[in-house]
Write a new protein. Structure first.
Length: 753
């Protein structure tokens, strides 16, 4: 065991003399020793009793002036005064901070492959352990993460190194304006990090913290949580519930998206012959609707007695619903600034007009109309014995405007009901009218757009419209959301994109914002919904850099997978094709069961290489689940791994439901709910404090929580015997203090569509 000698004044003078000549600074305490090349920022760490490890080979050499050093502190001017650098050692933390005098890209870290040690601890979505030399991960990272953004692409602004008897973690205390890269380094992977100082962020230093931790894969996450708490930036779920008491209903709730939110379903037609006759008639509304019909619907109308086939009836109703939505949208879209009163009244007024114009052909009570979004669906969920649900309307807030009574029925049943809303993209007039939430008006599209350095406007999602500044569009949100609430009793809200970590610099003259300010603006919008309107607000992903104000998030447990993969996204003949956004009453992209390619199933779902890194920080703060593209029932060949990991990390499942899928999916939902709900009710506000592999093959895993609760999942095909219980294959056991063990086994069945 190496013991460092006591450091006195003479040692300091010698170190200063050597530093001035060799440009090295040595910082040390009882725990470890850091050697830092002041000219290149090359860095070596040597924990007490361990061999030195080179953590960064450094960048281009720069001049060093005004070097001042003590055993635990150092500072100097760097690069002819272009930068001011300071380094400080405090216990198990090394802090390195750099301030810049002018804009530019600065190489910070050049981590060689050898630094990784046994494995890389990497916060891609919930978290992963990447064994050193693993070829599957190496190929994936070189392909998908050859260059990545530390705010948008990492769930936490950190990564860790498994050094066997100890761990090292880099924590980026400024997660913005950073670009990282994986490159081949011999048989392994090197990781480099650059920071861009811009004219918008020169007042913000780039600060990195290197943490020396125990041999615990969660050590870095735990230290990051401690930092958030000490800086007053950690929001507990308990506090969020005091701000928005309805958030308590998230505890124990499964998450569900409902589809088929149009005005009518086939059951709402009382007389098909009369219905077709009225659609073919000379009424003003019928004529307006026919104008939007597709060829198939026009041919159906030629059948005088109306369609007798269920497929044709559904096709006709689909066209009627889409035509009705187009008529409603035309009343408020394409304005410089939407009239929110006109917007929220258009749908109800049109429903009344339709009921009058088609009286005798439709059932007499419009409050009972609808398919997925209907009073009947809410009643079916309640009657199924599901006492707690978060229900999102996948088609936005339009289904709620068509069917406020359905939303009210869900609220009355004890559920949280929310629309899927968005403000990050503002479309141009006439562009994709069905993306109603993104029609924020011509002014927002023009005057709120993010401006690039060259003065052009940043294209929005899928190259449509423009991405917007959150602060600029917030007044629209503050007008639209209350207007919606005046018509529809939503008691939760979901905002697309704001918690994804996707942030931008905007160089708009007179209204420029840095990435950090963009993030703060998105968080302020989330806080307004949660703190002012008292609605538990959710968003996409829940990344640490942008999740303040977010109560729940979709996309952390299973993220978006393979965005650019042709077989999954475009090739309809591929068995891996996720499906189209069609039909609207049950879009295949959400309901079609497909296998996942082996390469992706290994990377995303192999339990031996998964870690609850995000939960180690935010369990008890942000409730997370799957991205809606990959709900609990989507991927057929990783069902067991997916379900057990979700339960082991104590996060809720997420499902899609339509009218035709209710009878087949509700039994599956109920089965997991019976195990998950009481467990989450007990643990949701607690910290996740531990994770262990219990077998050499890492297929039996344990999580532990602050009250002593232990969850043990067996991903293997063999039973695992413990002192208190036997854990069957593909099962999880919950051991709560003072209570009998409870168990759940993944059903040996394929999920239905």
């Amino acid at each position: 065991m190496k013991n460092w000698p006591p450091i006195g004044a003479g040692v300091v003078l010698i170190m200063l003399s050597l530093s001035a000549r060799a440009a090295d600074v040595v910082l040390r305490n009882d725990a470890w020793r850091i050697t830092l090349d002041t000219a290149t920022l090359a860095l070596t760490a040597e924990p007490a009793g361990e061999s030195p490890v080179r953590l960064s080979t450094g960048g281009p050499a720069r001049s060093v002036d005004d070097l001042r050093a003590s055993p635990e502190q150092a500072s100097w001017r760097w690069g002819n005064g272009d930068y001011q650098v300071s380094a400080g050692l405090a216990g198990s933390d090394l802090t390195l901070a750099i301030k810049a005098r002018a804009a530019g890209i600065l190489p910070l870290l050049r981590q060689p492959a050898a630094a990784i040690g046994d494995g890389l601890i990497f916060p891609l979505a919930e978290g992963h352990y990447i064994p050193s030399g693993n070829k599957d991960w190496q190929g994936f990272l070189l392909d998908r993460y050859a260059q990545f953004d530390t705010s948008e692409d990492l769930s936490l602004p950190l990564w860790g190194l498994d050094r066997g008897r100890y761990s090292l973690t880099w924590i980026l205390q400024n997660p913005f304006n950073n670009r990282a890269r994986f490159t081949l380094d011999g048989a392994g992977l090197a990781l480099s990090l650059d920071h861009e100082f811009t004219t918008l962020n020169l007042d913000q230093p780039m600060t990195l913290l290197l943490h020396l931790g125990p041999a615990d894969p969660l050590a870095g996450s735990k230290r990051y949580r401690e930092l958030l708490v000490s800086e007053g930036r950690y929001e507990t779920l308990a506090r969020k519930i005091t701000q928005a008491p309805g958030a308590a209903k998230l505890i124990g709730a499964s998450h569900i998206y409902l589809w088929d939110g149009g005005l009518l379903s086939t059951k709402d037609i009382a007389d098909w012959e009369r219905f077709v006759a009225l659609l073919n008639g000379h009424g003003a509304l019928a004529s307006e609707l026919r104008h939007g019909f597709e060829k198939e619907a026009r041919s159906i109308l030629a059948q005088a007695k109306g369609p007798r086939d269920a497929y044709l009836r559904q096709a006709l109703i689909r066209n009627v619903n889409e035509a009705l939505a187009s008529v409603a949208r035309a009343r408020w879209q394409n304005e410089e600034t939407p009239d929110m009163r006109v917007l929220v009244e258009s749908y109800g007024e049109l429903r009344s007009q339709f009921a009058l114009a088609f009286a005798g052909a439709v059932t007499p009570d419009p409050t009972q109309w609808g398919g997925g979004t209907s009073v009947a669906t809410m009643t079916a969920l309640r009657n199924a014995g599901l006492p707690k649900l978060w229900i999102g309307l996948g088609e936005g807030w339009e289904p709620g405007l068509w069917h406020p009574e359905a939303v009210q029925a869900g609220v009355k049943a004890g559920y949280l009901v929310a629309p899927y809303d968005s403000y990050e993209t503002a479309l141009q007039a006439g562009d994709n009218p069905s993306w109603a939430t993104a029609h924020l008006g011509g002014r927002a599209n023009r005057d709120c757009a993010v401006v690039l350095k060259d003065g052009t406007l940043r294209a929005g999602f899928n190259q449509s419209g423009h991405y917007t500044s959150p602060d600029c569009v917030r007044p629209l949100m503050q007008a639209r959301v209350p207007a919606m609430l005046s018509k529809v009793p939503f008691n939760s809200w979901f905002i697309d994109s704001y918690a994804t970590g996707m942030v931008y610099d905007s160089y708009r003259p007179g209204a420029s914002i840095s990435q950090a300010q963009y993030a703060a603006g998105a968080e302020a919008s989330m806080h307004w919904i949660t703190d002012i309107l008292k609605l538990p607000a959710g968003s996409e992903d829940g990344k640490a850099s942008t999740n303040s104000g977010t109560v729940f998030a979709h996309g952390m447990q299973t993220p978006v997978i393979a965005w650019g993969d042709v077989d999954m996204r475009e090739n309809k003949a591929s068995p891996y094709y996720l499906g189209p956004w069609y039909p609207p009453e049950q879009p295949e992209i959400f309901f079609k069961e497909v296998p996942l390619k082996d390469a992706y199933s290994t990377v995303y779902f192999d339990p031996r290489m998964r870690l609850p890194l995000f939960q180690a920080v935010f369990h008890g703060s942000v409730i997370t689940t799957h991205h809606w593209e990959f709900d609990s029932l989507k991927l057929s060949n990783v069902r067991m791994e997916n379900e057990l990991a979700q339960l082991l990390y104590n996060v809720p499942p997420l499902y899609h439901l339509s009218v035709s899928s209710l009878s087949r999916r509700l039994p599956i939902i109920k089965r997991q709910d019976a195990f998950f709900r009481p467990l989450h009710e007990h643990l949701a506000t607690q910290k996740l404090v531990g994770f262990q592999w219990l077998t050499p093959d890492r297929l039996v895993q344990q999580t532990s929580f602050e009250d002593g609760t232990v969850l043990i999942a067996n991903f293997s095909t063999h039973a695992f015997q413990m002192e208190r219980s036997r854990i069957d294959p593909h099962s999880i056991v919950a051991l709560l203090p003072g209570k009998a063990p409870s168990a759940y086994q993944v059903a040996e069945m394929r999920y239905p569509r």
